[in-house]
Design a protein around this ligand. Sequence first.
Ligand code: ATP
Length: 232
Amino acid sequence: MARFGIFSGDTSRRIAEADSVAVIGLGRFGSALALELMASGTEVLGIDLDEELVQALNGELTQVVRTDSTKQEALRQLAIDEFDRVVVAIGSNVSASILTCSALLNMKIPVIWAKAVDDQHGLILEQLGVHHVIYPEKDMGRRVAHLVRGAALDFIEVAPGYAAVKAPVPSTIQGIPLGDTALRRTHGVTIAAFQHGDEPWQNADNSTVLRAGDTVLVLGPTAKAEGFAQLR
Ligand code: ATP
């Protein structure tokens, strides 16, 4: 993939034609997100006010630009209005986050994701009309709480009250085809995938036979999936 750091609207316009994302705010959250998008093959235009951050990421993202995102005209010059997806990763500077989102909404960006530092900030962004408001600190805190209190190896609440949990396989279902374990009826969960040792993860089906030391991905109501992860 071509990587360049030319700071011009023409270049942004070319990026915007591809399957691309603009990330505004390249702090810890924004830069991690932008680099992950690049790693998965998405073109990224990164924007930050801080010259040092812009220099540090130059060459790592498709294009990096130093500009003040609260200025709608500056965003227009970068052809931001041609992007379908923009992420606003400005947190502690709440007024800059709100002004940036407002400028993007004025420009009718189809999908805007924005980070909120707290519920009040998130509510304002939602009321403005931001399409997806994310709460990284709050979400990570809740996720770690589930890991700390339980035996789960990983935990994601995919929707309120419903979770995906990575856990060791309990002895009671080892050596039996999953179809014969009646897990859904007895425990209210489904085993969606499993891993033998260091082998790649595989989808589980009724004929899957799990062994001691395997790891499973369990889906179900949060309390039930967590309860299953406690079994030994
Ligand atoms: P993180 O936790 O991701 O490091 P944060 O939540 O502390 O960040 P901020 O410090 O408010 O959030 O902002 C994140 C980034 O956004 C910073 O690199 C900052 O320079 C940039 N930023 C803030 N205001 C603007 C602006 N008006 N235009 C462009 N970038 C901005």
